[in-house]
Design a binder for this molecule. Structure first.
Ligand SMILES: [Zn+2]
Length: 189
């Protein structure tokens, strides 16, 4: 059976074409005709795009019969867990208001959902869901304090699907409803 593997996206292909080393920790690529696996920054001759497949780890590539390139040595690309978590956190800071799911994070940061959850919890002491919720609630409180936005508007703005869900989560973390929080904040002024 011929396994074509995962084809490069335009972004990945551009990184390969320009030997962009900032992509080295994001993916590796294999060349079907040579069965060699490289980092995006590899200075070797540019392969044909149709012959390229994308891997998220050298183990994955080797499991499919690829060998690490002697020139760019992809076996030396292992992003330490703390840097990985820092990348994820930086992404969440600017994306918590969108529909960030574990599936999407796993795809973006190249790990299985299970691995991602486990490492994240190990390194930070909280789950990804807790962290996302904290980011959302921090911004919600800021908006409750400083704006005249309605509860449903704030819910939508910080990434909750419904205001009922927002109220429930808020209550769980803050032991009061958003409305109560807002009233207290106003009375303090
Ligand atoms: Zn190489």
């Amino acid at each position: 059976m011929m396994n074509e593997g995962v084809r490069p996206t335009d972004e990945q292909w551009a990184a390969i074409e320009t030997n962009d080393k900032t992509y080295n920790e994001r993916f590796l690529y294999g060349v079907h005709s040579t069965k060699i696996c490289c980092k995006p920054s590899c200075p070797s001759r540019l392969p044909h795009r149709e012959k390229v497949c994308i891997f998220h780890s050298l183990e994955e590539a080797m499991a499919q019969g690829f060998r690490p390139c002697k020139r760019c040595r992809p076996e030396n690309v292992i992003l330490p867990n703390d840097e990985w978590v820092a990348l994820i956190n930086a992404f969440l800071e600017t994306h918590y208001m969108y529909d960030v799911t574990l599936d999407k994070l796993a795809a973006r940061f190249h790990g299985s959902k299970f691995h991602l959850s486990r490492i994240y919890k190990e390194m930070t002491g909280e789950t990804l869901t807790q962290h996302i919720t904290q980011l959302r609630l921090t911004e919600a409180k800021r908006l409750l304090n400083n704006t005249t936005l309605r509860i449903h508007e704030i819910a939508a703005r910080v990434g909750f699907h419904s205001s009922a869900y927002f109220v429930a989560v808020f209550k769980q973390y803050e032991q009061q409803t958003p409305k109560q929080y807002q009233l207290k904040a106003r009375n303090k002024r």
